[in-house]
Design a protein around this ligand. Structure first.
Ligand code: NIG
Ligand code: FE
Length: 426
């Protein structure tokens, strides 16, 4: 018998989401690679065997033997798009929207992102650290074991770098995997007269400072990638400005992401695809021919339906069109204080299935393997395969579909990451 430091048995469905060394596109998004009556062995946080219970029990024993009591096991969720580091709140804007103001009207009047910028600039280091830890703890309780976190509420060099430092600090101390994205081009701060002058500042001053910070960071020592992102939207940054910012980031070794087509279609998708962006995000009003162009590329389309839900919209991005055209879809919360006040991936899946007509299997691949590829981590996480990290969720139910069916509560019984139990419901 071989001894391992984690052995899970009595699993009704082991949903591996196993791929073929690539993200799942099109019809393959329905494949989950389910093993019934399964067990799993891990050592030092890495999966060493998956298979039928009777086979694994002949080979492995463990002092840390968890009887899953006929529940389903799925990969840890990868939240590939969040703005989890911010101060203050936007509860007044919630009420303004309920009485008819739109998200972009509030932003144009100096609220929105700039309201959060003011609170974030004024926040103490301790406050930023403490609130970030509280939030990632909440994300983890609903199954998120990896999260991408964007800056974007500092909008000056000093505060943007401070936000990166706090993400780095949290990543080193907390068992959840975190990845940083520099989103200095999230809005134009009040010090600049227009988007063009701020674009030049982002390129000439902020990006080099961020690159220098990264070179000496814990993230760099771990080999964690750094991303550059931009809010390409009417009244924010246009396609040409977005392109120049992303290219400048790429020239410094950052992988490109872009917020595109949230409210107005400007042509951000073809721009970002031409740059080989790792993802394009939102895609709410992307026309079919651009979704087809995206589907034919290696860029992951990330949809964020909790935003549409939160803004009370009845319009959702055409996830079906992207998948049916053979594209790679990922889903994320977009967790932020204005457009998506939720840390919950299960809630996001629940919305996507109902309003974007994803099957539970498609939604699950979209928040695991494809989400991992959307942050350059597809080789290490996102599926339950030998050699990958043991980031695992035990659901309350024997059937994985419960993860997308239940909403507003928590379908998860146990959360494990880096091989250790992180949270359990009782
Ligand atoms: O992804 N659209 C731009 N950025 C965020 C919202 C940020 C905010 O409202 O604070 C988003 O929706
Ligand atoms: Fe966002």
């Amino acid at each position: 018998m071989e001894s391992v430091d984690l052995l899970l048995t009595n699993i009704t469905q082991l949903v591996t989401c196993a791929g073929s060394g690539a993200p799942k596109r099109g019809a393959a998004m329905r494949d989950l690679g389910i093993i019934e009556g399964a067990a799993l062995a891990a050592q030092d946080g890495v999966i060493v065997a998956v298979g039928k219970s009777e086979d694994l029990l002949r080979i492995y024993r463990s002092e840390n033997h968890e009887d899953c009591r006929r529940r389903a096991v799925i990969p840890g969720f990868v939240d590939c798009h969040t703005h989890a580091i911010f101060a203050g709140n936007r509860l007044d804007e919630f009420e303004m929207r309920l009485s008819g103001a739109t998200y972009m009207e509030i932003m144009a009047a100096g609220g929105g992102i700039r309201k959060t910028m003011r609170a974030t600039r004024a926040a103490s280091l301790d406050d930023l650290r403490e609130t970030l830890l509280e939030r990632i703890e909440r994300m983890m309780q609903t199954g998120t074991t990896t999260a991408e976190i964007k800056t974007g509420y500092g909008l000056d060099v000093e505060t943007e770098v401070r936000l990166l430092e706090v993400i780095d600090w949290a990543a080193e101390r907390y068992p959840m995997r975190l990845l940083p994205t520099f989103l200095g081009a999230h809005a134009v701060p009040p010090e600049f007269p227009d988007a063009e002058s701020y674009t030049r500042h982002v390129i000439e001053v902020m990006l080099p400072a961020v690159r220098a910070w990264y070179a000496a960071s814990w993230f760099a020592r771990q080999g964690t990638p750094l991303f550059v992102d931009v809010f390409c939207e009417q009244g924010v940054f246009d396609v040409d400005q977005a392109r120049r910012i992303l290219q400048a980031g790429q020239a410094l070794g950052m992988a490109a992401k872009a917020h595109v087509d949230e409210f107005v279609n400007l042509g951000g998708v073809p721009m970002a695809v031409a740059l080989d962006a790792v993802s394009v995000d939102h895609l709410d009003v992307t026309p079919d021919h651009e979704l087809e162009r995206l589907a034919a590329s290696k860029t992951v389309g990330i949809m964020l339906p909790a935003v549409n839900f939160n803004l009370g919209s009845h319009h959702y991005g055409s996830a079906r069109r992207l998948i049916d055209a053979g594209g790679i879809l990922a889903l994320a919360t977009d967790y932020n204080p204005g457009s998506a006040p939720t840390t919950s991936i299960p809630m996001t899946m629940a919305i996507a299935c109902r309003y974007q007509k994803l099957t539970p299997a498609e939604a699950l691949n979209a928040v695991t393997l494809n989400a991992a590829y959307a942050i350059g981590m597809g080789g290490r996480i996102g599926s339950i395969e030998v050699g990958k990290q043991a980031d695992l969720l035990i659901l309350n139910e024997p059937d994985y579909r419960a993860a997308a069916y239940e909403f507003g509560g928590n379908p998860i019984w146990r959360v494990g990451a880096k091989g250790a139990l992180l949270w359990h419901s009782w």
